[in-house]
Design a protein around this ligand. Structure first.
Ligand code: G4P
Length: 526
């Protein structure tokens, strides 16, 4: 197969949801279809259970699991599907944001009883920034939940996107009878089972009395009324609108019972985008270009404390990646070749000889060679964009707790920040380093990893901060004036950019009003 065939058959996506909506269960069912696993229960959730926040062994164990399930690739019906896993715990949402930059589309799982929850809303905002196409799977229809039309309204309002149901549920909870597949005109009857895939019944004429025989009088009438309403309210699915991120097809089912999953997968293969062009600072890179290029969107540390090594996850953006071929590490301006690149098939990690656009390759890195956002190419000097850091929400001063180990600490902080564990800012007034995170758990992870991987001890000291935001201005004098006025609250990020540390929402608002020539940014890419 040539480059363009390989591109056409690839689908690289992520499943996102609020914890417990059923992401792991759905992933597992998709892998079962691909024949990548053979039994239910084989995919372990990588979520860090709420009770485990202080249980280090547990977190380490779970982090170990999450490397195995970071990317799950499988073949299905001639397609090569790459599912990129995202951490369930909200304290690691930066990781999820970055993973979303490496996918071409997204499936959102929503619990039918809980509707759109906080984390789904947040992640959807990230999808919207890039107009990522989304498909919604309303899960747990075997349980009593909200009325399906109310859910549609909620999805539209909360996710800020138009929806178009492609299947429609027939009752729910104990009385759940199945779904009607609107776009294929098929009736899909439900039998509760974790393994069996139900057969679809061709059902073109919904007014046929046959319908009563299958689902009873009441539900048949309700379904007809519902479908009338759907056809009146929602326009037909326009795939181009879906691809532009303007409309989201919606499916109903029960991941646990493997119900409605095949419909989702089949439609996904048909309409979801193959690898898309990627923006670099210099130009747009098309997947069909012969020359290889890719970027690092995730770095995962090895759990072996005696041997610090990482895997850098590279998304192939164009051309063919090959083992043992020299590629340019653009930031270091150096040629590197990789003798043991890995790919991820379900839960196995295998050495690969080649990879194509849309694929993820794991590159072993023992010496801090890579950091998030690095570009690899066949030789061209380009820099991929779109991996922003977001303004953190929690801050602490990091202090050295062992004077003999200052060097180790500095190196550890630098490498952990390159991995994207958190962000470091250096206060320009007192020279102290501030670590910014989105959750408490990250502070614990940093302290633990500094000790175990770098033999360095750190201590946290409180700092009262509300937000860190990147600032810029077209007016050099205005910028200088701002920095002088706020000198106690100015910091530099890792790339030496100016960051304003606001200690309250009020102070930030005042600064925005008082200094109209300054632009305040809440993500590092502007
Ligand atoms: P997550 O990755 O999104 O966090 O969710 P996960 O798949 O782990 O599912 C969360 C819980 O919801 C699990 O139960 C799972 O079995 C259940 N679940 C998933 N899909 C369905 C469904 O279609 N119907 C019903 N009734 N339940 C579903 P758990 O008790 O937390 O875990 P487990 O002991 O079953 O593994």
């Amino acid at each position: 197969m040539g480059l363009s065939e390989e591109i056409k058959r690839r689908r690289t996506f992520a499943i996102i949801s609020h914890p417990d909506a059923g992401k792991t269960t759905l992933t597992e069912k998709l892998l079962l279809f691909g024949g990548a696993i053979h039994i239910a229960g084989a995919v372990k959730s990588n979520k860090i259970k709420k009770t485990a926040t202080s249980d280090w062994m547990e977190i380490e164990k779970q982090r170990g699991i999450s490397v195995a399930t970071s990317v799950m690739a499988f073949d299905y019906d001639g397609f090569k599907i790459n599912i990129l896993d995202t951490p369930g715990h909200q304290d690691f949402q930066e990781d999820t944001f970055r993973t979303l930059t490496a996918v071409d589309s997204v499936i959102i799982v929503v619990d039918c009883a809980k509707g759109v929850e906080a984390q789904t809303r947040k992640l959807m905002n990230v999808c919207r920034m890039r107009n990522t196409p989304v498909i919604v799977f309303v899960n747990k229809m075997d349980r009593n939940g909200n009325n399906a039309f109310d859910l549609m309204d909620e999805l539209e309002k909360e996710l800020n996107i138009r929806v178009r149901p492609l299947t429609w549920p027939i009752n729910q909870g104990d009385k759940f009878k199945g779904v009607y597949n609107i776009y294929e005109h098929k009736l899909n009857l439900y039998t509760p089972s974790k393994q069996v895939v139900t057969e679809n019944i061709e059902f073109k004429d919904i007014n046929s009395p046959e319908l009563e025989k299958h689902i009873g009088e009441e539900d048949a009438q309700q379904l007809r009324d519902d479908l009338d309403l759907i056809n009146g309210v929602y326009s037909d699915l326009d795939v181009n609108e879906y691809l532009a991120g303007q409309v989201a097809p919606v499916f109903f089912g029960s991941a646990l019972n493997n119900f409605g999953v095949k419909e989702l997968l089949d439609c996904f293969c048909k309409i979801a985008p193959s690898p898309q062009p990627t923006q670099t600072v210099e130009r747009i890179v098309k997947p069909e270009e012969e020359a290889f290029s890719g970027f690092v969107f995730k770095i995962h540390a090895n759990m072996d404390p005696n041997h610090r090594s990482c895997i850098a996850f590279v998304k192939v953006c164009s051309g063919k990646f090959e083992r043992n071929v020299n590629y340019k590490h653009v930031r270091h301006n150096k040629l590197l070749k990789f003798s043991a690149p890995t790919c991820f098939m379900a839960q196995r990690k295998e050495t690969v000889d080649e990879a194509w656009p849309g694929d993820i390759v794991g590159l072993p890195d023992s010496g801090g060679t890579f950091k998030i956002g690095d570009t690899l190419t066949s030789g061209e000097n380009i820099h991929f964009k779109g991996l922003p850091s977001f303004s953190p929400e929690m801050f602490k001063y990091i202090e050295n707790d062992d004077p003999m180990k200052a060097k180790q600490l500095a190196k550890g902080i630098e490498q952990l920040m390159d991995e994207g564990v958190a962000q470091v800012f250096t206060n320009q007034f007192n020279g102290r380093k501030i670590i910014g995170t989105v959750g408490q758990l990250q502070f614990e992870v940093i302290q633990y990893r500094l000790l175990h991987e770098y033999n360095a001890k750190c201590r946290w000291e409180p700092i009262n901060l509300y937000k860190a935001c990147w600032i810029e201005s077209d007016d050099a004098e205005a910028l200088d004036n701002f920095k002088k006025r706020k000198y106690q609250f100015m910091a530099k990020d890792k790339e030496d950019r100016d960051v304003f540390l606001a200690d309250s929402g009020y102070i930030l608002q005042m600064a925005q009003t008082d200094f109209p020539k300054i632009r305040f940014h809440f993500s590092s890419e502007f």
